[in-house]
Design a protein. Structure first.
Length: 556
């Protein structure tokens, strides 16, 4: 039997392919002295590594073509700069190892570049990349950052930060496995956005050997290491059967007795639209606009750039709801120009709406861009604020929307327990609620969503979390307003039925989960959903809640 590892499955589907590790930052090579007789050998090692990296950059450039080719060729030239290589040789001659000589010579060159005015200073990042590649090759460790590969692979990482995501080629990444991260971490969200299977919180993930074939089941959380060819074949066949059954699902989200629960898509920008449309999303339930800001964390994107992105999204869903969340910066999504650098505990600091209220010009520019983008389009624009704590926050946000002349519904995300407890008072100021169950779980259980060790508490089946969902949904019902879920909880097909039973009015998720949730809802009645919700809230652990709901919904 092949070894089986188990983590938390966070994005459905099966991926089979070779392991490639996300390289960590290159360590500083030790500054030990080498005997002088070793110098020629070290110089040859350094030269060979430089040549190999330069050849690799040129080969990649040939494959990529266009602007990328020019950039990669310039990097190859940097690597082979004769002055730089002469400096490396000199350093090795007086006792440096090959890796230390490269490291120090590049540091000196880097300082020169950084001091040489804007254009050359801008090349520092390219130079660092070249140095990291050469040092990694000499140390025999994976290249830092996203793996270089022309073949599809399963990405193994300690964790993935939002900034890594921009660099991933979705045609090459078959799936993710991470050592850290919980069901609501950005690794999980990204995997769902890309529609690839993923397992997080898998102890020992970073120790699985590069190149070994693994089979990742993103539903069960199982990772088989080195499965036999027959086993791979069987897994592929089962996955294809499951996919075909799901592909047959279509139409609006509804229970078997016709209770409608719109199934909306979570997106990070226009690039996610094709998948949302293909999954027949009934609109967008969460447009995470911060991804527009992550490209360059030193300044806000121009109003024009924002306008273009918003317009594309609004145009894709005529006559449909599009819920845009204003910038959610801070904590795990810091932006240099907005986020205080010295907070002792950023998750409890100035983040989300708090950041925007401290920088009203950023919020105003975003709302203006949105107002322009919606002009003349037959769309139902809704705008919501992240991290609303109380009625005062909700009012400040609604006032800003009104000032910007936005023709939209204004809403508040429920991500802080205080907002769920006082949902009725918040609804005095806004027209809808959207439950961000990822942060709501983080703050309810004092369990950092990035930390795999506390994934148990991040489980959205925790009855205390279900209680807060129920409070919010009841408040919305009493005031005749809507209350959706846009946290990752909505992507779990069984839990989606329970949320429906709790009174939630729409479910928003990564597009790849929509067919799973549609299929699950279509098999049960609203009364069953309500009974499952009551059963899940009547017990005292996430596991018991899941088992109780499963029993009610499937009879098993
Ligand atoms: C949430 O917290 O549930 C949410 C939807 O927002 P994000 O995951 O972007 O913090
Ligand atoms: Mg959140």
């Amino acid at each position: 039997m092949e070894p089986m590892l188990r983590g938390v499955g966070v994005s459905h589907g099966v991926a089979i392919g070779p392991v490639r590790h996300m390289g960590t930052a290159v360590l500083e090579p030790p500054a030990t002295q080498i005997p002088s007789e070793d110098a020629p050998r070290e110089q040859a090692r350094a030269q060979a590594a430089v040549d190999a990296v330069a050849a690799d950059l040129i080969a990649r450039g040939n494959l990529a073509g266009g602007e990328a080719q020019a950039v990669l060729e310039a990097q190859a030239l940097m690597a082979q700069d004769p002055e730089l290589m002469a400096d490396v040789s000199r350093r090795i001659a007086v006792g440096s190892s090959a890796e230390r000589g490269i490291y120090d010579a590049f540091a000196a060159y880097r300082a020169l570049l950084a001091a040489a005015g804007d254009y050359l200073a801008g090349r520092v990042a390219d130079l660092d990349d070249v140095r990291n590649r050469i040092v990694a090759r000499l140390l025999g460790v994976p290249m830092p950052g996203v793996p270089d590969s022309d073949e599809p692979y399963v990405l193994f990482a300690h964790d993935l930060a939002p900034a890594d995501t921009a660099l991933l080629d979705p045609t090459l990444v078959l799936g993710f496995v991470t050592e850290e991260g919980g069901p609501t971490s950005h690794s999980a969200i990204l995997a769902r956005a890309l529609g690839v299977p993923a397992v997080v919180a898998l102890p020992g993930a970073t120790g699985v050997a590069e190149g070994l074939v693994v089979a990742v089941d993103g539903s069960s959380g199982e990772v088989l290491v080195n499965p036999s060819a027959e086993r791979q074949e069987e897994l592929r066949r089962l996955a294809a059967e499951r996919k075909a059954a799901l592909a047959a699902s279509s139409g609006p989200g509804r229970t078997s007795d016709g209770h409608l629960v719109p199934l909306l898509a979570n997106i990070g920008g226009p690039a996610d639209l094709p998948a949302a449309l293909e999954a027949e999303a009934e609109g967008v339930g969460l447009f995470r606009t911060e991804f527009l800001f992550l490209d360059d964390s030193a300044k806000a994107p121009s109003e024009e750039k924002q306008f273009e992105a918003y317009r594309k999204v609004l145009e894709a869903f005529p006559e449909r709801r599009v819920v845009v969340r204003v910038l959610d910066a801070g904590a795990d999504k810091p932006l240099d120009f907005l986020t205080p650098a010295d907070e002792p505990n950023p998750a409890l600091g100035v983040r989300g709406l708090r950041t925007l209220l401290d920088h009203p010009e950023v919020l105003a520019a975003q709302l203006r861009a949105l107002a322009r983008a919606a002009e003349g389009l037959p769309v139902h624009l809704e705008v919501m604020a992240p991290m609303v704590a109380d009625r005062q926050d909700a009012k400040a946000f609604a006032d800003a929307c009104r000032e910007a002349g936005l023709a939209a519904k204004f809403g508040a995300m429920v991500e802080i327990p205080s907002a769920a407890l006082r949902a009725r008072s918040i609804l005095q100021e806004v027209e809808f609620l959207s439950l961000g169950t990822n942060d709501l779980a983080q703050y309810t259980f004092a369990a950092d969503r990035q930390v795999g060790a506390v994934a148990r508490l991040q489980d959205p089946w925790q009855p205390a979390l279900l209680d807060l969902v129920a409070l919010s949904a009841e408040a919305a019902q009493l005031t005749g307003k809507s209350c959706g879920v846009c946290g990752e909880a909505a992507a779990d097909p069984l839990l989606a039925c329970v949320l429906t039973g709790l009174g939630v009015t729409s479910l928003s998720m990564g597009a790849s989960s929509i067919p799973y949730v549609r299929t699950a809802l279509a098999k049960v009645t609203l009364a069953q959903c309500r009974r499952a919700a009551a059963a899940a809230r009547a017990v005292d652990s996430a596991a018991d809640a899941r088992a109780a709901a499963h029993q009610v919904l499937t009879g098993e």
